[in-house]
Design a binder for this molecule. Structure first.
Ligand SMILES: [Zn+2]
Length: 286
């Protein structure tokens, strides 16, 4: 107990960096809830339930823009406007169509950056939580010779093993040839901005921990935890996981950090939570 208390004090003392953090909405997917959440009893049905309707739901995406004294950092890039064309080779479009009417209101990455009077060249560092199509859809915007693009070493090594053009939600054309810089994870990118290794969803999925002087610690989980209902307790798994045991360990790891720091977790694709957090152009965390 004493050790844990001293850790808390150290972590509190680290909360000094002045940051302005904007959460940008970057498009919303639709699809079968079973992709994200296999509820108990929902995996297999019996003959008496064969006509039960499945649950079709919405899955918003977001990016995080961090205005830090040492530079501008962007976390993830969301969905591309030209998704129908870009994803056609993968065959995702009928399973995960993008909700155009919602996006007309909530915007896309380029309009979100523009609302802050920013263009892709203004971003110093782009960090990709992992290389799935709903997180790297706009990554090529940042292949501008100025923005550093960072992903986890294990994710970069993992995608090199893909044969062909698509592997699950990895669409090779979205990241092939990008100047990806590797990170081992579990590192401070700059003061107050920590990249947490949370593998399992993919080889090298990371989460983002921000230690904010006014708003406390926020952890953006990306797909280490899709939804509040994934986090539980009880933790509820999903079929789109590369390694279930590692995924579970990562959820436990994030819960441990949240318990220690009092962090708020912001899940990767939760349609109810996104409405409760600050995402407007004039709103920010600090
Ligand atoms: Zn993913």
């Amino acid at each position: 107990m004493c050790d844990m208390r001293s850790t808390e004090i150290e972590e509190t003392q680290l909360v000094t960096a002045e940051m302005k953090v904007h959460v940008l909405r970057t498009g919303t997917l639709e699809g079968d809830l079973s992709w994200f959440l296999l509820r108990k009893g929902d995996t297999f049905i019996d003959r008496y339930h064969k006509d039960d309707p499945r649950i079709w739901s919405h899955y918003p995406t977001h990016a995080v823009l961090i205005e830090h004294p040492e530079g501008r950092i962007l976390w993830d890039t969301g969905l591309p406007r030209n998704w129908e064309e870009q994803w056609a080779p993968a065959g995702f479009n009928d399973y995960f169509p993008v909700t155009e009417d919602v996006n007309a209101t909530t915007g896309w990455l380029d309009s979100g950056l523009a609302s802050l009077e920013l263009a892709p060249e203004d971003i110093d560092v782009l960090v990709l939580s992992h290389l799935h199509y709903d997180h790297v859809g706009n990554a090529r915007m940042f292949d501008n010779g100025k923005t550093r693009i960072i992903a986890n070493n294990n994710e970069i090594a993992g995608v090199k093993t893909i044969e062909g053009t698509v592997d699950g939600a990895h669409l090779v054309s979205e990241f092939l040839g990008l100047p990806l810089e590797g990170t081992p994870g579990d590192v401070d990118l700059v003061e107050g901005v920590h990249l947490i290794n949370t593998p399992g969803h993919t080889w090298g999925t990371m989460s983002l921990q921000l230690d904010l002087p006014n708003d406390g610690t926020k952890i953006f989980t990306s797909d280490a935890i899709y939804l509040k209902d994934s986090y539980g307790p009880p933790i509820v798994g999903s079929p789109i996981v590369w390694d279930n045991r590692m995924w579970l360990e990562s959820v436990h790891k994030l819960r441990g950090i949240a318990d220690r720091t009092g962090a708020e977790l912001i899940f990767g694709h939760d349609k109810d939570q996104i409405e409760l957090i600050k995402t407007g152009p004039d709103e920010f965390y600090s």
